[in-house]
Design a protein around this ligand. Sequence first.
Ligand code: PMP
Length: 384
Amino acid sequence: MIYLDHHATTPPSQAVIDAMAAVMAGTWANASSKHGPGQAASRVLAGARSVVAQALGCKPAEVVFTSGATEANHLAVRGLLAAAPEGRRRVLFSAVEHAGHLKLARELMNAGVPVDFIPVRPDGALDLDAATRLIRDDVALVSLMAANNETGALMPVPEVAALAAAAGARLHVDATQWIGKRPFRFTDFGADAVSFSAHKFNGPKGVGALLLRQGVAIRPTVPGPQERGRRGGTENLPAIAGLATALYALGTPADLDAEAARQAALRDRLEGALMAALPELRIWCAGVPRLPGVSFLRVGRWEADVLLQRLERLGFAASSGAACSSSGNAPSHVLTAMGVPEDEALGAVRLSLGRTTTDADIDALIAALPTLRSLLPAAEAVAA
Ligand code: PMP
């Protein structure tokens, strides 16, 4: 099976598996214990934290390890809101945040917190005029993703950071799809808090972090003494070691740029071949800056499930969008926010490339396109 769903998750590298196994076997003690084995675990934890800080341009004390981006997002939004000064109660989200994050937005609304959504334009870019209108001095924080997991569209973090700073609001950025794909330095990013998950860059699942700028007040969502009181619970040391190993393996900003260029070239070659081979191909967000390895598209009026089943039969694993929401038959909220009609959105298929995607994988998909086309039956088109 050729795996083309790297935005959902990525395979752990051998170095990550080895690092995790070594910690599980050799440094399994509780990093808070005062005895020798505990102190050895504590040193592994400190080592991993400084690798993360070095790789992401922050201070070790600014790293709060969590169970992943979902938890880091919760900690950032709930924690920054709870610590916001009086008179600042409003929270802004972009309309295209990760589905799980928008659930949090709705929970806040149900609890009486004033919440607004910054819309996107039909091309998928954030509506900066609306952001300018909405970011006022009653805003506690703005929560914005760096790059969209479905379309790959990049969000204008520096511009929103400037608006938030001018209004005295905090900025939280969900950089889950950015970190590992594009160069990142916390000090230059303009955000007070940044979340990410290790499994998006060949690390393990169930681990991530919130980077929290020094001096920014936050109330923990899971209280406890670990992580300087910002996140309780015994640290998942094997996973944290895996996260650090995966981040270190990403290399320098130049290495990241080279990998991005490689993936963009593969993606562009694939999109060219798809356009030539398939009828009425529509690729969303091709006209705005987007992540290098993703293509979010529909083919004619074919339902996503029909296309995905045929792709799988031919040996390719892709998805209809975010893995967490792809089991339902609801149209993508990202496409809905862009104004795409429901019948068109129900055809959305996401092909996402990664570090392990090769030229030969893309050649194989291109070679399979005529067969794919012949397998698409007229009767299964989306009803108009
Ligand atoms: N934010 C974004 C942008 C994502 O793509 C994802 C994962 N699909 C998450 C948050 C949640 O990450 P996790 O499931 O690892 O907590």
